[in-house]
Design a protein around this ligand. Structure first.
Ligand code: FAD
Length: 507
């Protein structure tokens, strides 16, 4: 076996993607790999990306981060889900929580029992009446809880909100302690091998050359290496996910620190509200085909929950993905490989998923052709699954009160989503892929929340008598009420476990 192993890894870009990549490689392959990260303070980062999904806990676990220290350092809070306002209909509200709803019984998902009960009892409560997360979120309560007492009910599944720039700084310190070197400068030239086309080095504006065996493009929307240099094309998904701009603005912190993100639909997009310990993150995501920037900015500022701390910052994007995620000796991670708009906070998860996949398939040496093909296959499938879940929020709506919503309601959607919608509408069953990022409980909540009511339910849910079912539901309700009653508020919990130093709070 000849020793042509990859010895030097060059990461270009130091946003969230660059530093997660550096931290994970340093931790898992650092003893055999020299790692250099090049970034430019003059260019800066996209500066958003503050809401996450529970998978981030796995990443933090692999890195060995201390949760309380990480939350203190990033002004972080806990997140139980996303509250959607005005999506299925004006005035509607539902929570997509991270946890199970109710309790599955005899291997039958809980929503089938709920559906059976609701079909027979007019005015029966909605599914969320049996959600621990819903009640905890509404009461603004939180605590770490794997299980509910001695019952089979799972506890609170959660993720985080945090300050994105502080998160990247936190991981920079982590990576540098583990041997990653950082170079400051703007990359101006890329050199390639005449025969293979592989990247051999990059040159910074000051003339410094950085050579490497493998390159990771974390340059954000610029996609300097994979897109601009290697010419990998971009698949544009705007016809399904038409939002292409955002304006972001911080405001003062919320009076009550709620443990969830809010996503409020407007006439041509939606607005996020992310509660942090020291401030609130806000942004209006919209489609420039349906609304002007000026109007979008006015809507954002008119709907802020607290006093603005800055002027809105514009961001442009195109939803979609690169045809390949890894070409030659270069993989793109983060915004450089594609972007699914932030409605379900999936981008940081995708960074983490791509880094761990790349590490699993990282070529020891040689071409890595098969590893590359496998990496591209899996990344593409993952992007498409998330895409369908996002389209569901826009397409499955009764709203026809603006040109934007009329477009979304009547657009053609991918066959894969049509199939899921039809199956759920007829039987309450889900045709999700086994490796789908979103669990059955997520699909069920968003389907119901967007107004799809199954005509039927799983016949196995008929195994209980009416009386048994009524008792089961009542016991669940009491258990949830008792459990939430005993929880501290989110605010109290943070104060006790991970309060950030108030005197250094920044806007
Ligand atoms: P960037 O932050 O843009 O970093 C790019 C890096 O490359 C910078 O360091 C820059 O200096 C460097 N660079 C670029 N060109 C050069 C060059 N020529 N030479 C040297 N260096 C260079 N994700 C979530 O998970 N949750 C959310 O709530 C969320 N909200 C979002 C809202 C919006 C409106 C948008 C647009 C994105 C959101 N995201 C969210 C996505 C999230 O922001 C990104 O996935 C994350 O920040 C990673 O960005 P990045 O590191 O790929 O790019």
């Amino acid at each position: 076996m000849s020793d042509t192993r990859v010895q030097k890894l060059v990461i270009v870009g130091g946003g969230t993607a660059g530093w997660i990549t550096a931290a994970a490689f340093a931790k898992l392959l650092g003893s055999n790999l020299e790692i250099e990260l090049v970034e430019s303070e003059a260019i800066g980062t996209v500066g958003v990306g503050e809401a996450t999904i529970p998978q981030i806990i796995r990443l933090n676990g692999i890195l060995g981060l201390d949760e309380a220290d990480f939350l203190r350092s990033t002004y972080g809070t806990f997140k139980l889900g996303i509250e959607f306002h005005n999506w299925g209909r004006q005035g509607d509200r539902y929570l997509h929580t991270f946890g199970d709803t109710g309790l599955n019984l005899n291997s039958v998902p809980f929503h089938h029992y709920w559906r059976r009960h609701a079909a027979k009892n007019q005015g029966a409560p909605d599914l969320w009446h049996y959600s621990l997360h819903q009640h905890a979120a509404e009461a603004a309560k939180f605590a770490h809880m794997d299980k509910v007492g001695n019952t089979p009910m799972t506890g609170l599944a959660y993720a985080y909100h945090f300050d994105a720039s502080l998160y990247a700084k936190y991981l920079r310190v982590y990576s540098e302690v583990r041997g990653v070197t950082r170079s400051e400068g703007i990359v101006e030239n890329v050199a390639r091998d005449g025969e293979s086309g592989d990247i051999t080095s990059i040159t910074l504006q000051d003339g410094t050359s950085v050579a490497g065996d493998f390159f990771i493009d974390c340059t954000g929307f610029r996609a300097l290496l994979l897109g601009q240099e290697l010419g990998v094309e971009y698949q544009d998904w705007s016809k399904w996910l038409p939002c292409n701009r955002a304006q972001a603005v911080p405001s003062e912190r919320l009076e009550t620190l709620v443990p969830y993100t809010r996503a409020t639909a407007h006439n041509a997009g939606w607005q996020w509200r992310i509660p942090l310990q020291h401030r609130t993150g806000n942004g209006h995501v919209y489609s420039s085909d349906f609304i002007s920037d000026e109007e979008a900015g006015d809507i954002l500022m008119a709907n802020l929950p607290t006093k603005a701390l800055a002027d809105p910052r514009p961001i442009r994007f195109t939803t979609g993905r690169r045809e390949q995620f890894w070409s030659h000796n270069c993989a793109a991670i983060g915004l450089s490989c594609g972007f699914l708009e932030p409605l379900e906070s999936t981008s940081i998860h995708l960074i983490q998923a791509h880094v761990s996949r790349l590490i699993q398939l990282f070529p020891r040496g040689g071409g890595g052709t098969s590893e590359r093909a496998e990496y591209n296959r899996r990344c593409a499938a993952e992007f498409e699954q998330i895409r369908d879940f996002l389209i569901l929020h826009y397409h499955q709506t009764e709203r026809e009160d603006s040109e934007f919503w009329r477009y979304c309601k009547h657009m053609e959607v991918p066959d894969s989503l049509t199939h899921k919608l039809e199956l759920f509408a007829s039987s309450g069953r889900l045709g999700r892929d086994v490796d789908d990022l979103f669990r059955e409980a997520s699909w069920v909540q968003v389907m119901l929340g967007q107004g799809v009511t199954p005509q039927s339910y799983d016949p196995m849910a008929d195994q209980l008598s009416d009386a048994q079912l009524g008792e089961f539901l009542e016991n669940l309700r009491r258990l949830i009420e008792r459990t939430v009653g005993g929880l501290p508020t989110h605010e109290e919990y943070i104060a006790k476990h991970c309060a950030a130093p108030v005197e250094t709070a920044v806007a």
